[in-house]
Write a new protein. Structure first.
Length: 251
């Protein structure tokens, strides 16, 4: 049985419309994803390109000239009400802006290459001086406090990372250091109809944010994030998945 089929079968048995059915079920999927290689999903050619790129010492072009940056590609493998499976193929220096995963559990596996990840979790906050109609955890200025979870580089081969609805770095961004591919499983998947809309964030420039910080935390440990619309240059295009066909029937 192809490794990707084994992974799909585990996902189908382990995820519901509310996410993982148990910690044990989630760990089963994680263990299988840990073993997925680029050759299991038809990315042998892309791995070779990445290796050649590494041999150029990271230069984008000759004489330091800037080159057109190809778009990020998303290779769709499967999506249902309980989970989605896909791969982001990122060219060097490309960026996926800071974004959230409301009410979702996400497993990510770097298949090849290197990338920089920065992630946050929302902080609870008793706001002082905010408007009475401000949403929970949000200031009158529309910003929310978050705690930095991770800020560093990761390179393949490496283990699967897991983020949860309220921990593990639910809000994250990626910057490709080299050509790289990130395998993602989301449970449940994004769904605006079910309140799981993908929102993008940036650091707030408002210097007058007020609030009572959680016990034991200082202002320097808090980053205020505000929602924004990513620039037009941020493009993700659908790519062609060239790996084994996943049989979604009679499983």
């Amino acid at each position: 049985m192809p490794a990707i089929q084994k992974l799909y079968n585990a996902c189908k048995a382990s995820f519901s419309t509310d996410g993982p059915i148990s910690d044990e079920a989630l760990e089963k999927v994680r263990n299988i994803l840990d073993k997925i290689r680029p050759s299991d999903v038809g990315l042998e050619q892309e791995v070779q390109v990445a290796r050649v790129w590494k041999g150029t010492n990271g230069r984008k072009g000759r004489n330091g000239s800037s080159q057109y940056l190809p778009p990020i590609k998303y290779l769709h493998i499967h999506e249902c009400e309980s989970f989605s499976i896909g791969i982001f193929c990122m060219p060097p220096s490309s960026i996926i802006p800071l974004h959230n995963h409301p009410g979702m559990t996400v497993l990510s596996k770097l298949l090849y290459g290197s990338l920089h990840v920065k992630s946050y979790d929302w902080l609870p906050l008793d706001l002082a001086g905010s408007s009475s109609d401000a949403s929970e955890g949000e200031s009158a200025a529309g910003a929310r406090p978050a705690r930095l979870v991770r800020d560093g580089e990761m390179s393949a081969p490496c283990g699967t990372t897991v983020l949860y609805p309220s921990s593990g770095g639910n809000i994250h961004c990626f910057r490709a250091v080299t050509p790289c591919a990130l395998f993602d499983i989301l449970s449940p998947p994004y769904s605006s109809d079910d309140g799981r809309h993908c929102s993008y964030f940036r650091k707030s420039s408002n210097k007058d944010l007020n609030g009572v910080l959680p016990s034991g935390m200082e202002a320097a440990e808090v980053t205020w994030l505000e929602e924004y619309q990513p620039p037009d240059s941020f493009v993700i295009r659908r790519g062609l998945y060239k790996g084994p066909v996943v049989n979604t029937r009679n499983n």
